[in-house]
Design a protein. Structure first.
Length: 314
């Protein structure tokens, strides 16, 4: 029965994602019927179109749009790539599959044979590197409003969790306080995880896996009533999404422990306000109420004015 329930959750998500994809791209057929130049219109995923929303404390996409046209020498290849990737994802959804982003790259990678204006035989790869197909997946996310996870596209598990929390995943109940010296690996589809019970006062997100392991062995999470999470460096999307859920759904304050260097502050900012690359997903991934925990430069050198004079001792 539990397995059937899990299947039903997946089925509903598959159906909704497949319908959204179909609704988005069937418009291309309608444009062709109207004898129009097939065109995709979606927000620009560029630095110049990324804005910081002061009110919501998030990095978001701005109002600028871009057009990807079939009858445009500069856009035709990307137009083809977009429709090809949408087709592959749609087929995976209706065939009850769980592809990884690497799978999608290989499924779509092939050569297209054509003849130029002089009748010479030519070949063109659909994409040469995975970064091309990954970028197209992000374009489809922007076009459809679906997260990659909503389309049941998987990625490598990276984040880990330990603490007094009970979860339901795939019909199984997981107690993250009974993992021995290990930890629960956060699955790449975090919204399919059902949070059953939480007995903690806050969430501590740790940048480095080594520090996480040390705190886990010390049973910090038990002694301080915390949920302990590591992003193992740059956080993946699943970890960011799950941290946001713990903050919003469970009302747990979030503290991010990183090094006091530019990379550590960047990781903290990604958890808090989002990233430029995924600014279109900040509302689902970022936790604006997250707070930094750790040593800062002012703790060591004091606070200084613009002339370098100490105005506050460390």
């Amino acid at each position: 029965m539990s397995g059937q329930l899990y299947y039903d959750v997946d089925y509903k998500q598959r159906l909704e994602a497949a319908e959204t994809l179909h609704r988005t791209f069937v418009e291309i057929i309608e444009q062709i019927k109207r004898k129009e130049n097939p065109t995709l219109i979606f927000p620009k995923r560029t630095l110049s179109n990324t804005i910081y929303d002061e009110e919501r404390k998030l990095l978001l996409l701005g109002p600028k749009k871009q057009k990807r046209k079939f009858l445009d020498v500069n856009e035709a290849r990307k137009f083809m790539q977009t429709l090809l990737m949408a087709k592959i994802i749609y087929e995976a959804l209706i065939n009850n599959e769980y592809p990884t982003i690497r799978d999608l790259y290989y499924r779509g990678k092939h050569s297209i044979i054509y003849y130029d204006h002089k009748g010479r035989r030519r070949e063109e790869n659909t994409w040469d590197e995975q970064k091309e197909s990954d970028a197209i997946i992000r374009d489809i996310e922007v076009l459809t409003g679906l997260l990659r996870e909503d389309m049941l596209i998987l990625s490598k598990e990276k984040g880990k969790l330990v603490g007094k929390i009970k979860l339901k995943s795939g019909g199984d109940v997981i107690d993250a306080s009974k993992m021995g010296h290990g930890a629960y690996a956060l699955e790449p589809t975090p919204d399919l995880i059902e949070i059953l019970d939480v007995d903690a006062d806050f969430v501590l997100v740790v940048e480095k896996d080594a520090v996480f392991q040390q705190l886990h062995r010390y049973r910090f999470w038990e002694k301080r009533r915390a949920l302990l999470i590591t992003s193992a460096g740059q956080p993946d999307r699943a970890t960011r999404r799950f941290v946001k859920r713990l903050n919003e759904e469970c009302g747990l304050p979030v503290y991010v422990l990183t090094d006091a260097d530019p990379y550590g502050w960047y990781i903290y900012s990604v958890f808090k306000i989002g990233s430029i690359t995924l600014s279109y997903e900040s509302e689902k991934l970022a936790t604006p109420k997250a707070r930094f925990l750790g040593v800062s430069m002012t703790d060591i050198f004091g606070e200084r004015d613009n002339k370098g004079r100490i105005i506050k001792q460390p």
